[in-house]
Write a protein that binds this ligand. Structure first.
Ligand code: ASP
Length: 463
C-alpha cells in the first residue's frame, strides 16, 4: 500500500475517505461539562463525522463508572435481588447530564423501558451495553446527529472478535459523507441477533471497526491523557509523551505491559493502514500520539527509541546440557513439556549448550517442581535452574535496526546503575531489546535506561 505523508494509506481526496472517526472515552463523557468540550472538538473539524462514545466514566476518583453500575444491576437482577440502588444511580447520572445540557427531555422513557425489561434471565451483555446506548442517544441529541444502532451492523463472532460481515453492513450504514453519525461503542450483535459486547474497554475496538468499515482517513481516540507515555509514570517522573509510534512498536509495548488501547483495537485499522491519533479531550490543542504504519522522515531522523515497558511477573527455567546443539529436536521436546502442561511460553533465548524458557510466573504457582521433574525425565539435562521471579524490560524502537549504539547505551546505563543483567534477548526483527533483571532492580533499571535515552539525548521521538 502507498502511504501518504500523513500515513493514511493513499486515500482519495474528498468524499467519505476524508472522514475522521472520533471515539470518546468514559472520562470525556462523564458530565455535562465534558460533553460541551466534546461538541467543541467535533465542531472544530468538519471531517469529524463518525462519533463513537463510551458510557460515562468517573467524574473523580471516588466516582463509579456507569458500566460498573450496570454490571452490579445485572448481578442483582440475575439472583432475583433488588437492583434499585445502582439502577437509580445510572438513571440519575444520565438525567442530570440531559438536564444540564438543556436537551429536550427524552431519556426518562428509555430508562423506564430498560428498568421494566430487567429480569433474572436478562443477559449481562445487554445490561452492560445500555451505558453506551444511552450515552450515544444523548450525544446524538446534543450534536443533532444521526444515531446508528450497532446491533444492526456490527457482528461479533463467538470468539468475541468482530466478524467480517461487519465491514459491508457498517460501511453501508455509515455511507453518507454529508451526515454526522453517532454509534455507541462496546457492543454489536452475535450470529443469533442477541446483543453482544466486546471485552471490557471495547469501545476502542468499536472506534477502530467504524474507521475501517467507513474507510476513514484517521481514527482519533479521545481520552484524558495527552498521548502515550514513553515509560510508566509510576516509575519514571513525568515521562514524555510519544509523538509518533508504529503499530508494530505499540504491539511490543502493550504486550510488555504499557497501557495503550484495548488489545484488539489495533488490528482492524492496522490491516488497512488507517493511522490512530490518541488525543486529550481536556487539552485539545495538544497533538497527542500518532500511531502509524511507517514513521515520517522527520521522526526517523530524530529517532532514538519509541518507549520502554516491562513487567515483573515472569519466571525462568534454564536448562544446560553439553552438546545440546547436536541433539536434534531438543528445544522441540522441551517446549513439548510446556505444551502438555498447557503453559504458554513468552520467550525462549538460547546459547550453544543452554536454553531458557520464560513464562508468566502465575503458570508455575504450585506446579514448578512437577514441571522441572518432567523436564529432567524428558531431556536428561546436566543442569536445570529455576528462577521464580524475573522482571523483563523491553526497549522498543523500529529504527534500532539502523542505529548503532542503542544496545551499548542500554547496557552502559544498567552498569552505571549497578544493575545485574540476567538475560538479554533481541528478536531478529530488531524491534526491541529485552533485558531480564531481578524484580527488586526493576524500577532503578527502567529509570536508568530512560535517563540514558531521554535525559541526555534531547527530544528524540518525544515532545
Ligand atoms: N464502557 C465499557 C467498559 O467500561 C467499554 C468502554 O468504555 O470502552 O468497559
Amino acid at each position: 500500500m502507498v502511504k501518504n505523508s500523513d500515513g493514511s494509506g493513499g486515500r482519495r481526496e474528498g468524499g467519505a475517505e476524508q472522514r475522521i472517526v472520533c471515539k470518546f472515552g468514559g472520562s470525556s463523557l462523564a458530565s455535562a461539562a465534558q460533553l460541551r468540550k466534546v461538541r467543541a472538538i467535533i465542531e472544530a473539524d468538519e471531517r469529524r463525522r463518525i462519533i463513537v462514545p463510551s458510557a460515562p466514566g468517573k467524574r473523580d476518583s471516588t466516582d463509579t463508572k456507569i458500566t460498573d453500575l450496570l454490571y452490579l444491576c445485572h448481578h442483582a437482577a440475575s439472583v432475583g435481588a433488588d437492583f434499585a440502588g445502582p439502577f437509580a444511580q445510572v438513571a440519575e447520572r444520565f438525567l442530570a447530564i440531559e438536564q444540564e445540557l438543556g436537551i429536550e427531555p427524552f431519556l426518562a422513557g428509555h430508562l423506564q423501558q430498560f428498568r421494566e425489561a430487567m429480569s433474572p434471565d436478562i443477559s449481562a451483555d445487554y445490561v452492560a451495553s445500555r451505558g453506551e446506548h444511552f450515552s450515544a442517544l444523548l450525544l446524538a441529541a446534543w450534536l443533532d446527529a444521526e444515531f446508528v444502532e450497532p446491533a444492526e451492523c456490527i457482528v461479533i463472532g463467538a470468539n468475541g472478535l468482530v466478524d467480517e460481515q461487519t465491514w459491508e453492513l457498517l460501511g453501508a450504514r455509515l455511507a453518507d459523507p454529508a451526515k454526522r453519525y453517532v454509534i455507541p461503542g462496546f457492543y454489536g450483535r452475535d450470529a443469533e441477533g442477541h446483543i453482544r459486547t466486546f471485552s471490557r474497554g471495547g469501545s476502542d475496538v468499536s472506534g477502530a471497526v467504524a474507521a475501517r468499515a467507513a474507510n476513514c482517513m484517521l481514527y482519533e481516540n479521545w481520552t484524558d491523557v495527552s498521548g502515550l507515555l514513553m515509560a510508566d509514570p509510576r516509575i519514571v517522573d513525568k515521562p514524555r509523551p510519544m509523538q509518533e509510534v508504529t503499530y508494530a512498536e505499540i504491539r511490543e509495548l502493550s504486550y510488555m505491559g504499557a497501557s495503550v488501547l484495548h488489545e484488539e483495537a489495533m488490528a482492524p485499522v492496522r490491516e488497512v493502514g488507517i493511522p490512530v491519533n490518541i488525543r486529550n479531550t481536556n487539552d485539545p490543542s495538544h497533538p497527542g500520539t500518532r500511531i502509524v504504519a511507517e514513521l515520517s522522515p522527520a521522526e526517523v531522523a530524530s529517532t532514538q527509541i519509541a518507549g520502554i515497558a516491562g513487567k515483573t511477573s515472569f519466571a525462568m527455567i534454564t536448562i544446560g546440557k553439553n552438546l545440546m546443539n547436536r541433539e536434534v529436536g531438543f528445544v522441540y521436546r522441551l517446549l513439548g513439556v510446556f505444551e502438555r502442561n498447557g503453559i504458554p511460553f513468552e520467550h525462549c533465548p538460547s546459547s550453544i549448550d543452554s536454553v531458557s524458557v520464560i513464562v508468566e510466573a502465575s503458570w508455575l504457582e504450585g506446579r514448578a517442581e512437577q514441571l522441572l521433574e518432567e523436564i529432567r525425565r524428558t531431556l536428561e539435562p546436566d543442569e536445570i535452574d529455576y528462577v521464580p521471579g524475573i522482571a523483563l524490560i523491553a526497549i522498543v524502537g523500529e529504527e534500532m535496526a539502523h542505529t548503532p549504539g542503542i544496545a551499548a547505551r542500554v547496557f552502559a546505563a544498567l552498569a552505571g546503575a549497578a544493575v545485574n543483567v540476567q538475560l538479554i534477548n533481541q528478536g531478529a526483527s530488531e524491534l526491541n531489546i529485552i533485558v531480564g533483571v531481578a524484580p527488586e532492580d526493576y524500577p532503578q533499571a527502567v529509570r536508568s535506561i530512560y535517563d540514558a535515552f531521554i535525559g541526555q539525548a534531547g527530544p528524540g521521538r518525544s515532545q
